[in-house]
Design a protein around this ligand. Structure first.
Ligand code: NAP
Ligand code: GDD
Length: 333
């Protein structure tokens, strides 16, 4: 029997990679999209003849009930979220509506229609914030440092609670930062790869950044969506940290990206204090031993390969005739 999966957030970075993976596994994929006045399907354009898109919104409980009733999926991947940390200080209430109440709406909708549906919730290493332990594991206490982090802690624990209260197969993946050429332009890796490509091609002369001292455990998104799927194939629902176990600073990211195109980063990078955060997460590094042992999960792309992949993809995009339009759109964050 063909398995059916619903993905919220299919228009995002992870949704697009997960849709590819599930289609390759023979799944029927139904993607949840919210209405937008202009199309934002560029990440899944190549999949549009193979996925079904259905309108629903994490803010609208009945829209979730309706789609679950109509589709009757085997698996439900909740990837939709307000995912950009700085925006969560500008819109803390909306962030909570999406990332905390939205998860509860999703869980309630599934419980009401069919509590046997397997659920993946996109939790985040941002929950560790001011870290209580190095490296971070599934047992490390949380100390979030942003409204985003706080909202994700709620989403995490409500998922655990529905598993423990109702015996639902609900897994929470505590994923560390993962990137790709499909990453949004506002996140630091993509901002850097796009900026480096623009400077190399003469489309810009500098790149403004905030805190270069922050460290992150960066992996490749394609590897991380594989872990999401693996979690839902286990006998028991559980929570897993997914990380490479290696951390780098933003400064190292910048050095590597500029060096990849033979440029000296110090000639082009400017520090803009407006890009510093009200409260920073200084250093994240994950221990994915449990996922390695129980899921057989391993990352396949190194930090160096990831940076090269992203810079090369932006160079290619901005060099192509259709890239000219994109070249006029400067990242604003
Ligand atoms: P992303 O590229 O920002 O995608 C977010 C997706 O959520 C988009 O498809 C967006 O739709 C959708 N969305 C937002 N609000 C919605 C709502 N109210 N109703 C329905 N859909 C909504 O994020 P990502 O990097 O793929 O991350 C996927 C998930 O993993 C997120 O929950 C994120 O918080 C979490 N996470 C990400 C990372 C990472 O490093 N990437 C690490 C840990 C956890 P539109 O296209 O309409 O905006
Ligand atoms: N975005 C951005 N822009 N970040 C910058 C900049 C800049 O100009 N300059 C320095 N940084 C630093 C930030 O201060 C932060 O310490 C680090 O780069 C990473 O920032 P982001 O790429 O925006 O990611 P994030 O770590 O805040 O959040 C991402 O990872 C989380 C998992 O830990 C997002 O994908 C979240 O959705 C995800 O949960």
């Amino acid at each position: 029997m063909t398995k059916r999966a619903i993905i919220t957030g299919i228009t995002g970075q992870d949704g697009s990679y997960l849709a590819e993976l599930l289609l390759a596994q023979g799944y029927e994929v139904i993607g949840v999209v919210r209405r937008s006045s202009s199309p934002n399907l560029w990440r899944i354009e190549h999949l549009l003849d193979r996925v079904t898109l259905r309108p629903a919104d994490l803010l609208d409980q009945l829209s979730l009930v309706r789609i679950i009733q109509d589709v009757r999926p085997d698996e439900f991947y909740n990837l939709a979220a307000m995912s950009f940390v700085p925006a969560s200080w500008d819109q803390p209430l909306l962030t909570g509506e999406y990332n905390a109440m939205g998860v509860t709406r999703m869980l309630e909708a599934i419980r009401q229609v069919d509590p046997g549906i397997r659920i993946y919730q996109a939790s985040s290493s941002e929950m560790y914030g001011r870290v209580r332990e190095v490296p971070q594991t599934e047992l490390t206490p949380f100390y979030p440092r942003s409204p985003y982090g706080v909202s994700k802690v709620f989403g995490h624990y409500i998922t655990v609670n529905y598993r423990e209260s109702y015996g639902m197969f609900a897994c929470s993946g505590i994923l560390f930062n993962h990137e790709s050429p499909r990453r949004g332009l506002e996140f630091v890796t993509r901002k850097v790869s796009d900026g480096v490509a623009r400077i190399k091609l003469g489309l810009a002369d500098h790149l403004s950044l905030g805190n270069l001292d922050a460290h992150r455990d960066w992996g490749f998104a394609g590897d991380y969506v594989r872990a999401m799927w693996q979690m839902l194939q286990q006998e028991q629902a559980d929570d897993f940290v997914i990380a490479t176990g290696v951390a780098h600073s933003v400064r190292e990211l910048v050095e590597l990206a500029f060096a990849h195109v033979d440029l000296d980063w110090e000639e082009h990078v400017r520090i803009d204090p407006k890009l510093l955060r009200p409260a920073e997460v200084d250093h994240l590094i994950g221990d994915a031993a449990k996922a390695k042992q129980e899921l057989g999960w391993e990352p396949s792309v190194s930090f160096q390969q990831l940076v090269a992949m992203m810079v090369d993809a932006d160079l290619e995009r901005l060099s192509s005739p259709s890239g000219h339009r994109a070249a006029t759109l400067q990242p604003r964050f």
